[in-house]
Design a protein around this ligand. Structure first.
Ligand SMILES: Nc1nc2c(c(=O)[nH]1)N[C@@H](CN(C=O)c1ccc(C(=O)N[C@@H](CCC(=O)O)C(=O)O)cc1)CN2
Ligand SMILES: NCC(=O)N[C@@H]1O[C@H](COP(=O)([O-])[O-])[C@@H](O)[C@H]1O
Length: 187
């Protein structure tokens, strides 16, 4: 059985595209929908380029607690967060138990929670002088970054690495591991 995936993204969408490309060669999953809260997100261009339907959330729409009806009506089986910057509400959590995953660009529980997204994470890692960073792929629960960890991967950092270089090292891990980790959860 092929699972229909919905990817939620708020920005550039490079992880979304890596997932789209991966599942073009796999019967395990099919990216059926891209959801964003940002009408200017580059992920929309990526969806259009791959002829994948996209949905732009209105301000406050997610918080109304009815978007799960849209996902169910579109026969979505699995939800992937990839740089999505809003909290997934209870109606979606209840509709998709153990079927919503997220990727965080750090080694949770470090550098997680409200405000910890994008470059904020890498700047904090740099400021702390850490010698390694990495990714955490986890199930999504009601709080930011507190769901059950599925996998973590580490990357070493040089003292000369700035926040952008850390971001690039982490993003490369994301593109390598997120698609195949999702696939392992579908089979
Ligand atoms: N119910 C859940 N929803 C989401 C989770 C989660 O674990 N449970 N993960 C996030 C992704 N994320 C980290 O991986 C994350 C995203 C955004 C924030 C944050 O502080 N957001 C700001 C708003 C930012 C904006 O609108 O520009 C905020 O809430 O004030 C923290 C962590 C996705 N959803
Ligand atoms: N806390 C959530 C968070 O910071 N997510 C991060 O946003 C980036 C999105 O990049 P992309 O749009 O190119 O996939 C990724 O690095 C992802 O880990």
């Amino acid at each position: 059985m092929t699972s229909n995936l919905a990817i939620f993204a708020s920005g550039g969408g490079s992880n979304a595209e890596a997932i789209i490309e991966y599942f073009k060669n796999s019967d395990l999953g099919n990216v059926a929908l891209i959801v964003t809260n940002n009408e200017n997100a580059k992920v929309i261009d990526r969806a259009q380029n791959h002829e994948i339907p996209f949905y732009i959330l209105e301000a406050g729409e997610l918080e109304e607690g009815e978007f799960s009806d849209v996902l169910i009506a579109m026969e979505i089986d699995f939800v992937v967060l990839a740089g999505f910057l809003k909290k997934i509400p209870q109606d979606i959590l209840a509709a998709y138990p153990q079927k919503i995953v997220n990727i965080h660009p750090a080694l949770l529980p470090n550098y997680g929670g409200k405000g910890m997204y994008g470059k904020n994470v890498h700047e904090a890692v740099k400021a702390a002088g850490d010698t390694e960073s990495g990714i955490t792929i986890h199930y999504v629960n009601e709080n930011y970054d507190e769901g059950q960890v599925i996998v973590q991967q580490k990357v070493s950092l040089a003292p000369t690495d700035d926040a952008l270089e850390i971001a690039n090292k982490v993003l490369a891990l994301e593109h390598e591991f997120y698609p195949k980790t999702i696939a392992s959860l579908l089979s």
